[in-house]
Design a protein. Structure first.
Ligand SMILES: *[C@@H]1O[C@H](CO)[C@@H](O)[C@H](O)[C@H]1NC(C)=O
Ligand SMILES: *[C@@H]1O[C@H](CO)[C@@H](O)[C@H](O)[C@H]1NC(C)=O
Ligand SMILES: *[C@@H]1O[C@H](CO)[C@@H](O)[C@H](O)[C@H]1NC(C)=O
Ligand SMILES: *[C@@H]1O[C@H](CO)[C@@H](O)[C@H](O)[C@H]1NC(C)=O
Ligand SMILES: *[C@@H]1O[C@H](CO)[C@@H](O)[C@H](O)[C@H]1NC(C)=O
Ligand SMILES: *[C@@H]1O[C@H](CO)[C@@H](O)[C@H](O)[C@H]1NC(C)=O
Ligand SMILES: *[C@@H]1O[C@H](CO)[C@@H](O)[C@H](O)[C@H]1NC(C)=O
Length: 604
């Protein structure tokens, strides 16, 4: 009796210890917001730490590196692309779908290797200048400055991935440009000089569109080749093949696709694919992948084609198994993943940034620099951004650009740069606000400072303080203007709402708070009020709404931030304005359709 009682007590204690010490549940996405095309590794030599890189397209700094010790808490530790002179050509790239494509991160012999491509989408696929492939390396992934300048190599495609063979030879695998024939490309590559050998095409995939993002492993004598197929949207899938020789022939896994959400109308996570595989200290395999939180309507209807959330493609974590001599198996993705043995809770101490999903309370203290998760669109003119200049403590001083966020034909900046700095929208529902000292700054027509939710130059909604002539009058007066531009090839029409009102008399000369809030699962609200006012609602004026579906994320994802422009007039740096009290607060994270319905019920 007594012994039994004791053993029950012991068992209970054992169970409690196991459940407390080891988190058995994790949530997806692990990297929320614009974090597509993940490539992740586990590095025992760096204190048993996981590292991921994601693609960044036209934002700078780019190639964010996140690190985690427990697979739950992911800290943004550096940006591999943090100096404009690493890839100066990005300033001139046309088209919102240009920029930095899928990177691969690997660790070999004490060094981190990152391969990626700077793509100019406007050049024909057969023009090799479209694909600027490069390698950058570091021995310290916690320090942005330590990432090297790129070594460029000539490769007629994208999504390059390095591979070290047993015999010491080094290879690149990549996706061949569709204009010749779509498929996987292999070539011997010297990672130090960029010298490349003859390209071979060992596998074309299983017949899905756009075979891309290949990665290679050698296990039990087999070369395993992992691939994304079907295109990065509703038909996205993960496939694999293997061969006893690196050159092939490759035999596809009989169970292909290894994972897909195509034709799965019940999954809130759609477009699942673009995976990488890594193994933790306990031998458990994991896959990283991209996914879109869009629900089962994704791809079915031209309206919510991309879902309501303009965050686009995010990074999810998938438990995997990979038995000897077999192809791996992958677990379907959901928002809550229970029953998995995760490494014990532990936070990464080193590195420059904050946890993915953390709020911003940024006061621009003198001597500080912009947080590493702040981004510009293409390359910034650094002289347009100063923190706490003399007489303006605790501000980010912005000097205006001639270009506004829309610019010429909505696709170009031609190296001139737009004064804009923002951060990724990283929650289904959030509130973003800044205070703006504008009074002495705005003196001439069309001078404007404001906040924007920005997908690209053809899709953004702004709330600005702007100098305009009032109807029937010659003098310039400050106005509040809500304005949007949403133009996509998926719709016949452009949506360009505009609403401007004269600045309320009581707000003249005062600092204003401009705010963007996701008020429900479908809409963002733009409002203005007096800065520092205790009661947020008393003086707040709502100037407009926009819909998430008007910010279609092709490859990237929505950013919220501040801009200063003269809308084509008065020359560069015509005025300076002062931004303070930068806040971003995550309010809700939808991880299932039920979460969406619940949020709308509460609000409705
Ligand atoms: C366990 O994981 C959940 C889901 O990701 C997370 O909310 C929680 O903070 C984690 N707990 C610990 C102790 O790490
Ligand atoms: C390595 O991990 C341990 C255990 O979490 C931690 O105490 C230590 O500070 C870490 N060291 C470094 C260099 O991050
Ligand atoms: C490829 O594009 C570059 C840059 O626009 C151009 O200079 C070059 O002539 C093009 N090459 C071919 C073969 O079309
Ligand atoms: C890939 O497709 C091309 C063009 O159809 C073909 O010439 C080539 O033989 C294929 N490669 C393999 C490995 O099947
Ligand atoms: C999805 O369904 C379509 C139509 O039945 C089919 O052609 C396609 O192969 C399916 N895709 C996947 C990945 O199963
Ligand atoms: C969200 O709020 C907007 C603006 O008030 C409203 O037009 C829309 O119907 C709401 N959507 C839902 C799903 O409640
Ligand atoms: C944006 O700037 C362009 C000139 O670069 C101008 O034509 C356009 O009207 C501006 N948009 C607004 C709303 O002022």
């Amino acid at each position: 009796m007594r012994t039994q009682f004791f053993s029950l007590q012991l068992l209970a204690r054992y169970l409690i210890t196991v459940c407390v010490a080891e988190n058995l549940t994790f949530n997806n996405p692990i990297l929320s917001g614009f974090n597509p095309d993940p490539s992740c590794i586990f590095v025992p030599e760096f204190n048993d730490t996981f590292f991921c890189v994601t693609s960044s397209f036209l934002v700078f700094p780019g190639l964010p590196i996140h690190a985690s010790r427990d697979l739950v808490h992911w800290k943004h530790v550096s940006n591999a692309f943090s100096r404009t002179d690493q890839l100066p050509g990005m300033a001139f790239l046309p088209k919102a779908t240009s920029g930095i494509y899928a990177p691969t991160l690997r660790f070999h012999d004490g060094t981190f290797y990152l391969m990626s491509t700077l793509v100019n989408q406007q050049l024909p696929r057969v023009n090799d200048s479209r694909w600027d492939n490069f390698i950058i390396t570091t021995t310290d992934p916690y320090n942005s400055d330590m990432w090297s300048d790129p070594i460029h190599f000539s490769f007629p495609g994208f999504d390059p991935s390095p591979f070290w063979d047993d015999d010491g030879s080094t290879w690149v695998a990549g996706a061949h440009t569709a204009a010749y024939y779509p498929g996987v490309m292999h070539a011997p590559l010297d990672f130090e000089t960029g010298e490349i050998g003859d390209i071979i095409m060992p596998w074309n995939g299983t017949g899905g569109a756009s075979p891309e993002a290949p990665h290679m492993w050698k296990r039990d004598g087999w070369y395993y080749l992992l691939l994304a197929e079907g295109g990065t949207r509703e038909n996205h899938m993960v496939t694999m093949a293997r061969s006893l020789k690196i050159q092939g022939p490759y035999e596809p896994a009989p169970q292909n696709p290894l994972l897909t959400a195509a034709n799965d109308t019940t999954s809130y996570f759609q477009a699942v694919g673009h995976t990488d595989l890594f193994q933790d200290a306990d031998g458990q395999w994991w896959a990283s992948a991209l996914a879109v939180r869009a629900g089962g309507s994704y791809g079915k209807d031209p309206g919510p084609y991309f879902g309501n959330l303009p965050m686009g493609r995010e990074t999810v974590l998938i438990p995997a198994a990979w038995e000897e001599g077999e192809f791996p198996t992958l677990t379907p993705v959901s928002g809550t993943m229970p029953g998995w043995k995760l490494p014990a809770k532990s936070l990464v101490k080193l590195g420059e940034g904050q946890l993915n999903g953390a709020d911003d309370v940024i006061t621009f203290q003198r001597g500080s620099s912009l947080p590493i998760h702040f981004v510009h669109w293409r390359l910034p003119k650094q002289r347009n951004y100063r923190i706490s200049p003399p007489k303006h403590p605790n501000t980010l001083a912005l000097k205006s650009s001639v270009l506004n966020l829309t610019a010429f034909d909505a696709d170009f900046a031609l190296g001139r740069g737009q004064t804009f700095v923002g951060r990724r929208m990283a929650h289904s529902m959030f509130r973003y606000s800044v205070d703006i000292g504008w009074d002495k700054s705005l003196t001439k027509e069309a001078m404007e400072v404001g906040v924007s939710i920005f997908q690209d130059q053809a899709q953004h909604f702004d709330l600005g303080i702007v100098m305009l002539k009032t109807r029937g009058q010659e003098t310039m007066q400050p106005h509040l203007r809500f304005r949007g531009h949403s133009e996509t090839p998926y719709r016949g029409r452009a949506n360009t709402p505009e609403n401007s009102v004269l600045m309320p008399r009581g707000w003249m000369g005062r600092k204003l708070r401009l705010e963007i809030e996701a008020v429900n699962s479908t809409h963002f609200e733009f409002s203005a009020g007096l800065a520092g006012s205790k009661d947020r609602s008393s003086e707040k004026r709502v100037l407009g709404h926009c819909k998430g579906t008007d910010l279609v994320p092709y490859y990237s994802g929505a950013i919220v931030g501040v801009y200063a422009t003269t809308n084509g007039k008065h020359g560069e740096q015509a005025f300076e304005t002062y931004v303070s009290n930068w806040r971003y607060t995550g309010l809700r994270q939808f991880r299932s359709q039920e979460d969406v319905d619940k949020a709308d019920m509460v609000k409705g």
